[in-house]
Write a protein that binds this ligand. Sequence first.
Ligand SMILES: NC(=O)c1ccc[n+]([C@@H]2O[C@H](COP(=O)([O-])OP(=O)(O)OC[C@H]3O[C@@H](n4cnc5c(N)ncnc54)[C@H](OP(=O)(O)O)[C@@H]3O)[C@@H](O)[C@H]2O)c1
Length: 346
Amino acid sequence: MRIAVYGASGFTGRLAVAEVLRRGMTPVLVGRNEERLRKAAAEAGGGDVRVAGLDDPVALAGAFGDCDAVVNCAGPFTSWGETVVRAAIAAGRHYVDTTGEQRYINRILAAYDADAERAGVAVVPGLADDGGPGDLIAHLTAERVSPVEELLIADMRRPGAASRGTARTMAEVFAEGPLDYVDGAWVPAGDDAPASLAVPGADEEVPVTPFPLPGVATVPRHVTAHRVRSVVAAEVAAAFLALTPDVVESIPETPDEDSRRAAQWLMVAQAEDGRGGRARGWVTGPDPYRLTAVIAVEGARRLAAGEGRASGERRAGALTPAQAFDPADFLGFLTPHDVTWQVTGP
Ligand SMILES: NC(=O)c1ccc[n+]([C@@H]2O[C@H](COP(=O)([O-])OP(=O)(O)OC[C@H]3O[C@@H](n4cnc5c(N)ncnc54)[C@H](OP(=O)(O)O)[C@@H]3O)[C@@H](O)[C@H]2O)c1
């Protein structure tokens, strides 16, 4: 199986190329800079190199033409993602990406559903360590509550180990402000979100701040809920708020390997029925960037192999992770990578 990685010269892209090789598949490294792509291929120990900039959609679609799926790692996606989505659809290839950008995900899911369905491909934005497991655990948590009056998604990782690319992206995302989903529409987030949240392993509730997470865009597409909103740990929000352009450019391109491996991600979902019934789910794992590569590459592989949701479900269109893949099965695939998860209640 051949997996195209767009932005293969970047930090996340290089990890995705390494993961494609580790899984015994062939990576096709695509991007704008031949020298950086060749260096990435040499470091990874294999892979074809194809140069295609975002200003040349024909070359881009051509670069994807003989691949089975595309993993897009070139961000900020708000700026660069849509061109790659269009090229993948034009080439008739499945598409996943590693974005965490809430409004971009919302736009792609709305704008490309019909085109992707017509082309017979799945477009799954936000298949990273936050938007992937976050969407899957929210689905499993919401299944325990009926009706779902309120669904809260929280990214409760501690600050640390972010790449310059992530910092650049998060500075843009933070400026856009979070959305809530209320009564069938996406609206600017209200100011009545909870101020703190219980977290597995912590004795006391942790302060949280509203933040634009992927789940607000994805979860309402497979869970019927009155309201969906999202928060992050307040200390992480404060770190993003401090990201001026000068600060972003002073951050190393890649976090050092020890702190990257030591970092832990944690997604929490809480579903309430408005009558006191509450279910909670969480999923956690190590090494956020390597796990992002593991998650995105497995998603692309499943789509290309026809191992998405069972027949009868939608296999083509712009889909969320929980629409494209069986949630418990996909999370189960991650357990050998030291990912653990649990759903309790009500
Ligand atoms: N949601 C999550 O949890 C999660 C996890 C991991 C990554 N991400 C996201 O993934 C993105 C990449 O992060 P990173 O740390 O890998 O960043 P990075 O090291 O800066 O890599 C960015 C990649 O995008 C390419 N690129 C940038 N602008 C481009 C343009 N105009 N045309 C063509 N290619 C362009 C770069 O190509 P050159 O090498 O030619 O510059 C490079 O390959 C960020 O948006 C980050 O937020 C999200």
